[in-house]
Ligand binder design. Structure first.
Ligand SMILES: NC(=O)c1ccc[n+]([C@@H]2O[C@H](COP(=O)([O-])OP(=O)(O)OC[C@H]3O[C@@H](n4cnc5c(N)ncnc54)[C@H](O)[C@@H]3O)[C@@H](O)[C@H]2O)c1
Length: 377
């Protein structure tokens, strides 16, 4: 007897917009009003980082008032402890209370924690509700809020539950960075250095020319704008052809092979970008050992990271721990190592056959390079 079988093919066409929006909360500015459809009487769920609400809340409220729209504010603390299923349910409860209609966008204003969390809530609420991202940290502006990924942490694992659900609009206003701590500026700089090393040698030169000023000036001037534009352009060029990560060989995973294990083991206390910096330093050493990167270029990368105020060496970076970290990343990459390594500055290749001996050698190489640069911490 024959059995019935049906195959369904459907396509999902995705497009979304990431746009600079200087003066986003100026009463006359239209970018947010357009993205969030703020008509008179419109009620909008606005999930906002608590600290951002303290610092910028008056302007946010005035912006809505100028349009006779009503913000239903849910303030949540930044930081990883907010990225939970329980907080996700809190967002859902608030969405119910506001009585959101099917196409009413939720507005997320905050760092990567907030936009990841709200993105997941939006993707689950009624199986998909639109949302608008207003990133207020450098990590958000150049990384977390420009891609498609959403997540919360679960089962003691980072980003264990998530989805691909980009916001229709992401609005970037660098002026939010004026109130961000320098440590969090440096944290975001790690992701910018990442894009420079694997994709954009010109960006690397710009960073190299101005590292300290970019950090202390919180990327406020024209050099900061240029750096951010180049980093976002490179990031989106890598994400667009592989938005759902069907290809697990991702250059943008540079810094994210050993980094996640280091970051988890060093909690609380280590920021994501700091772990990324440690991983990038190690991968430069591996690349030197493999003959992919000249020692002089590896030292340039280490020097740039150090000048940016990021760490390049940590007690957790020992061969046994690193081997475990690589094993876990390999599981995440479906059984292949796919370790992004710089092949000169501005190019990336993938290693798939690293051994424990390679890691032991790389640690020695890294120590030697760090010493040669006179980096002591
Ligand atoms: N979806 C992705 O593709 C992606 C990519 C990279 C990172 N992420 C995620 O992003 C998260 C990290 O993001 P983050 O570094 O923005 O952390 P965060 O959201 O916790 O913000 C960092 C800190 O800055 C504060 N803050 C935010 N904006 C501020 C402002 N304008 N002024 C003063 N203080 C401000 C917050 O209260 C918080 O204390 C991680 O959970 C990471 O997994 C996601």
């Amino acid at each position: 007897m024959s059995v019935g079988e049906w195959t369904v093919h459907a396509r999902l066409d995705v497009s979304y917009r990431v746009a600079e929006a200087p003066g986003l909360l100026a009463p006359g500015d239209r970018a947010l009003a357009r993205a969030a459809r703020l008509e008179p009487g419109a009620r909008r769920l606005v999930v906002v980082d608590q600290r951002v609400l303290e610092l910028h809340g008056a302007r946010l409220r005035a912006y809505f008032a100028a349009r006779q729209a009503v913000p239903h504010l849910l303030a949540l603390p930044g930081g990883e402890r907010t990225k939970t299923v329980a907080t996700l349910e809190q967002v859902v409860r608030e969405a119910d209370q506001v009585g959101l209609a099917r196409r009413d966008p939720i507005v997320a204003v905050g760092g990567g924690v907030l936009t990841d969390l709200v993105g997941l809530a939006a993707s689950l609420y009624r199986r998909g509700t639109p949302f608008v991202r207003v990133p207020t940290t450098l990590v958000g502006m150049v990384d977390a809020a420009v891609g498609a990924k959403t997540a919360v942490n679960a089962q003691g694992q980072k980003n264990r539950l998530g989805s691909y659900h980009p916001a229709a609009d992401t609005l970037l206003d660098r002026s939010f960075l004026s109130t961000l701590s320098l440590r969090h500026i440096r944290n975001g700089m790690a992701e910018i250095v990442k894009m420079a090393v694997i994709d954009d040698a010109v960006l690397f030169d710009l960073l190299d020319a101005d590292a300290e000023e970019l950090v202390t000036g919180r990327l406020a001037g024209p050099a900061g704008r240029e750096v951010m534009r180049r980093a976002i352009t490179a990031m989106l060029a890598h994400l667009e052809p592989n938005l759902w990560e069907q290809d697990l060989r991702r250059a943008v995973d540079f810094g994210h092979t050993f980094g996640p294990a280091v970051e988890m083991a060093a909690q609380p206390g280590m920021l994501h970008g700091e772990a990324v910096a440690l991983d990038m330093a190690l991968c430069c050493a591996i690349a030197v050992d493999q003959g992919l990167l000249a020692e002089v270029d590896a030292r340039r990368v280490l020097r740039l990271l150090h000048r940016t105020g990021l760490p390049v060496r940590h007690a957790l970076g020992e061969p046994d721990f690193l081997w475990e970290a690589l094993t876990e990343s390999t599981r995440h990459r479906d059984g292949r190592q796919h370790v992004p390594l710089p092949a000169g500055i501005g190019k990336c290749v993938f290693a798939d056959a690293l051994t424990a001996a390679d890691l032991r050698r790389a640690v020695r190489t890294l120590d030697r390079l760090v010493e040669a640069e006179g980096i002591t911490r």
